[in-house]
Write a protein that binds this ligand. Structure first.
Ligand SMILES: C[S@@+](CC[C@H](N)C(=O)[O-])C[C@H]1O[C@@H](n2cnc3c(N)ncnc32)[C@H](O)[C@@H]1O
Length: 329
């Protein structure tokens, strides 16, 4: 459609654009176009364009404005994305439906909307979902995080995108050739990036479906040769890997302390333990640190290298991590 545009030589374009933007004259509903050495900048009021700039009629395509869920409902919206699935947490049925409709109608590339229908529960840490929008396979998706792809079925396995930054922080410490053991591996969000950095990895999980996804994710990310995925209770599996690990991940925050003896048995002469915990804000690191010392000393020197709050978990409760170096005495 033909609209008024300022036409400038390409090399003068950025300065003209900035001047027009400062004067709030740019028409955001149409695209700026390049054509044969000229730049065409759509303007809202040709009469207000400063002298010295030429206004012409030009066929500038309409700009697609991105409609977001918040544009379509009249309440504050909150949702999380895992691949093409959107997760909401709404108790009110009417709001849940309105939000699901808004998400599907919006420009977001989302095909399924799930409402949290329970807390994560049991040993497998899986939650129930109410499917608000989507088809029969609504809970399966592929999530991308820091260059890795994770296939995941949210109805069958634990997965949280909220830990992405934390996982990346840990993955950046991994060195080529080291041996890393994830005691509670899920679909592999630690194991896969570790293997991509050249580590030889072992991931264990009680949940057979998570282990199938871990194997699939190892193939998907081209690291199957560096990933061993084992279904079972890590306490039963650990015997095969005694004194093996340079790095151990323990992301089972409510009960990791029950598994510290197993973690210590996995550690080689020198190992770093990433210990996730949920504790009261008054002493978020103390209980974990004391439990690790009790399990590892006197066989190992224990040095806490990092005390870090990952996120707030509940009122006055924090999800924290300790990076702890174990050095055999
Ligand atoms: C909080 S999830 C963490 C999964 C993954 N590390 C992540 O960050 O997404 C804990 C995982 O531990 C597994 N799990 C629980 N008890 C276990 C045990 N005794 N041995 C091995 N895995 C266990 C659960 O099935 C679940 O997948």
């Amino acid at each position: 459609m033909s609209v008024p545009c300022v036409r400038v030589a390409r090399e003068d374009g950025e300065r003209a654009r900035q001047d027009l933007a400062a004067a709030e004259l740019i028409d955001d509903t149409h695209q700026i176009e390049h054509d044969e050495g000229w730049l065409y900048i759509p303007v809202v009021d040709p009469a207000a364009v400063p002298e010295g700039l030429t206004v012409v009629e030009h066929d500038a395509p309409a700009r697609e404005t991105q409609t977001m869920p918040a544009d379509l409902v009249d309440f504050d919206v909150s949702y999380e994305r895992i691949g093409d699935v959107a997760i909401v947490d709404e108790d009110d049925d009417e709001r849940a439906r309105a939000l699901a409709d808004a998400i599907v109608e919006s420009a977001l590339p989302v095909h399924t909307v799930l409402n949290r229908a329970s807390k994560v529960k049991g040993d497998l840490r899986v939650r129930d979902w109410e499917v608000l929008a989507g088809d029969g396979n609504a809970t399966e998706t592929v999530h991308r995080e820091y260059g890795c792809e994770f296939a995941v079925d949210l109805a069958e396995v634990y997965f949280s995108p909220r830990l992405a930054t934390e996982r990346h922080r840990v993955a950046e410490q991994v060195r080529d050739g080291e041996r890393a053991f994830d005691m509670f591996a899920g679909v592999g969000p630690f194991v896969i990036p570790f293997a991509k950095r050249g580590a030889e990895t072992v991931g264990v999980d009680l949940n057979g479906t998570a282990i199938e996804y871990l194997r699939e994710n190892a193939r998907r990310n081209g690291v199957a040769d560096r990933v061993t995925a084992i279904e079972g209770d890590v306490r039963d599996v650990a015997g095969k890997y005694e004194d093996w690990a340079d790095r151990i991940v323990m992301n089972l925050p409510h009960s990791a302390d029950d598994f510290l003896d197993t973690a210590v048995s996995l550690a080689g002469d020198e190992a770093v333990l990433h210990y996730y915990d949920i504790q009261h804000e008054d002493d978020p690191y103390g209980p974990g640190e004391r439990a690790i010392r009790a399990a590892a000393q006197p066989e190992y020197d224990v040095t806490v290298e990092t005390r870090h709050t990952v996120r707030s978990y509940a009122p006055h409760e924090l999800n924290v991590v300790l990076d702890v170096r174990l050095t055999r005495v």
